[in-house]
Design a protein around this ligand. Sequence first.
Ligand SMILES: Cc1cc2nc3c(=O)[nH]c(=O)nc-3n(C[C@H](O)[C@H](O)[C@H](O)COP(=O)(O)O)c2cc1C
Length: 206
Amino acid sequence: MAPGMVIGITGASGIVYGVRALELLREAGVPTHLVVSRAGGMTRAHESELSAQRLRELADEHHPVGDLGASIASGSFRTLGMLVAPCTVNTLAEIANGISGNLLTRAADVTLKERRPLVLMVRETPLTAIHLRNMQRITEAGGIIAPPVPAFYAAPGSLDEMVTHSVARALDLFGLDLVPSRWREDDHARTPTESDPPRTDREDMR
Ligand SMILES: Cc1cc2nc3c(=O)[nH]c(=O)nc-3n(C[C@H](O)[C@H](O)[C@H](O)COP(=O)(O)O)c2cc1C
């Protein structure tokens, strides 16, 4: 299998972000390694209709979070990097402080030490000084904090489009151009008027 992307799903609200990342990467033919924290299993049950099995099937390989002997726990196993979506402030804190007691945090630590891209879609609000310090530590270590913040300039027609846009922006950070959702000056050259057609069918959001 060609080097793939590691996707971590933790117990923050927004499991849909991790699910969408797996879907987009599969569409693009990028292999995926999935690891879900225990709390991620809870939010899956709470926020989605997906069974644990169905979630695992969205990835090419699934690794149990307790399996510290899995391929992705080793730096010699080549990957394209790791996206944690969504990322809790708990997992943020563990990674920021080099704590790697489960496969998800170990894979993130390995990603940083091997100088591969690590992107954390941290979802929490409001933020404490502790959260902010941990975000700074990750950034100083070469990781990227990319919270899933909606972009209204993209005029999303649905929650689904908004999620896709956020995930595509995160995947952009790996150099993967999966969804052409970029700002285009032509689109925004003037303020829309009431006679403009609704922008729910925009090509650039797909
Ligand atoms: C329904 C639900 C929603 C949660 N949402 C968040 C959240 O948005 N952000 C966050 O940091 N923690 C959230 N938590 C708390 C984490 O799940 C909890 O801190 C857990 O220990 C994190 O473990 P993990 O980092 O290993 O996934 C939520 C918990 C539940 C049950």
